[in-house]
Design a protein around this ligand. Sequence first.
Ligand code: SF4
Ligand code: SF4
Length: 743
Amino acid sequence: MEKKTAVYICSGCGIGDALDIEQLGKVARDEGSIPICRHHPNLCSQEGAGLIKKDIEEEAANALIIAACSHRVMYDVFDFENCIVDRVNLREQVAWCHKPGDENTQMMAEDYLRMSMAKVKNMELPEAYKPEAEISRDILVVGGGLTGMTSALAAAKAGYSVVLVEKAPELGGFQRNVKQIATFPYKAPQDNPLGDLIEAVTRHEKITAYTGASVEKTAGSPGLFDVTISQNGSTSKHRVGAVVVAAGWEPYDPKKLDAKLGFGTSPNVITNAIFEESFKEGHIARPSDGKDIVNAAFLQCAGQRDARHLPYCSTVCCTTALKQALRIKGQNPDANIFVVYKEMRTPGQAEDLYRKAQEAGVIFIRCQDPQVMANGGSLAVEAEDEMLGEVVLLDSLDLVVLATGMVPVTAFGKDIAKEEKEKKEKEKKEEEELEVPLDVIRRSNILNLEYRQGPELPALRYDFPDSHFICFPYESRRTGIYAAGCVRRPMGIGSSKEDAAGAVMKAIQCIELTSRGAAVHPRAGDLSFPEFAMQRCTQCKRCTVECPFGAINEDAEFNPLPQPTRCRRCGVCMGACPERIISFKNYSVAMIGAMIKAIEVPEEDEEKPRILVLACENDAYGALDMAGLHRMNYNPWVRVIPMRCLGSMNLVWIADSMSRGIDGVILLGCKHGDDYQCHFVKGSELADIRLSKVSETLDRLALESDRVRYETVSIIDYDRLPALLDEFAKKIDEIGPNPFKGW
Ligand code: SF4
Ligand code: SF4
């Protein structure tokens, strides 16, 4: 693309009061030889944006540098079709957080303008990736329970054809066992409406349901998934655009519970799941002899919130106990029903059901450690009542119901990463040396993905498929595959329905964006994708191993085989490649390198150190904007470059910075680990691992390792950022100037 660059400087929002706008224009014209340079008191106004549009139309300007507010705001105003647009953040990160009229503030603004000019010079307009084959708009839903069926129906109603696969001979999942449900408005247990849902799904012309079936293989990528379904010994193939995994849960195995809870000591000690199955039809009776229930106890949190069993709360068991207690009361109002709980968790309107149970005479006993005592035909529970401060004995019990929790079906099967690791440890293969954290991926026969990284979705803590519960629920690390319902986290009926709708929305979004050649969440709409200069590839496998999303396979010769529709455009592969042969049209090692080189580094005697901040644009960059928004001041020596993800950081930038005379580099990324906040899941962790090797580079340059630091920040940490940057600047000052200054 032949570029004609134009610079537009806004003097509104306090920028004009803080900076010498004329001088900034001079930098653009004299240093950057920019043919068009204008300023305006309010660039985001109709008149301001009109000025830019006029230049596009009349002057053929097509590479636009807008020096005004942060790129995080006004993106729709400054979105010009078929033009490269770069935003110089003069407002939030210069004028609003540094001394107005100060020499250092002006130097900072000028540097940012230089960096933008270098950036624009090194970027091209991205072109959308269009696969040769036509993108499928069909959706595969795996799991025909409540969540799966709700997903299928929601997708079908939105006009998308659905292939629904259920492993059981009939649709319905666990809810088939349930007579009554406890859900909104929680006034009383309600009859289970599952039959209506099954009928609606079965009748819908856009839904093809396979029961007694499983997914034998899922190959391909978003828009182009090829699914093989096996049913009764025959197979059928479908091409789908996206997948919703609603494979559900299994009850925790009660045989694993502590002996004191008495499972197995009497047929009258059952679990909440067994209660539903046993008493779906007819009378609730004593399992041992079918006699009426006169005395019953429900023991909550059986093996839940307990590090030795399920460390989490399954969220539905307290409400389920209330429902089951009320069912017994409905049958025999004089029955003595006790609920022994650690804490009753009936959030929101479920509290009404709790009140209803109290009114019906259910007795609640708060106790942390009840003991079941079964002796011949007699059954009792001993519990230390925290309210009364004494031990109570609930004897002559006909039934004890243990509230066991939900385990995602993804928890079953063999951990293939562990298997692989053990195998590699034996073989001492090179991949072992890559030091990339291994994912938990089990061979659990849900999707049978044909991915280099393994056959199922990677899981985080407790084997729930990977997904960030705040920022990106439903997302998995396999683009286009979304988890919903109890396979994602324990939940009740209301939440499962919401989840079903949410996951389908994501699947539809994936199909629509993929068909336009654009990225899905979190860089939704991004048209760029990584390009590989394969002639220089050494087949080192770093990119294939480090891509957090399995978007790069490899061929028989170990050459990387990119799968562009799986790609999230994070740039982690670009940061990983030691040969620096992976780049995007608008994001590359060379581009960031040029930005670093554009920073003016004052001579040592000027005593103006320079600190490069590589900030993840998802949280850290936003936090810096927030600091500006709150008019918090911080050190003016810093120069910030936003990163798609810190995982895209290539170590060569650190070496470039140091050899340029930059005094310190600080990396601001998202938290990693089980409670990760990294939008690209592994990016910040990989950056941290790479950085651990930077000391070798610094040693080679005879520089102190304290010159480079890594910090994790989230957007809400904006108030600690100024102190953090000031403290780092102080440290750099103490270390002294970079000896490469002026070289
Ligand atoms: S690392 Fe990121 S940018 Fe590279 S292929 Fe994987 S998803 Fe795409
Ligand atoms: S990281 Fe670079 S050199 Fe290594 S396999 Fe990937 S593209 Fe090739």
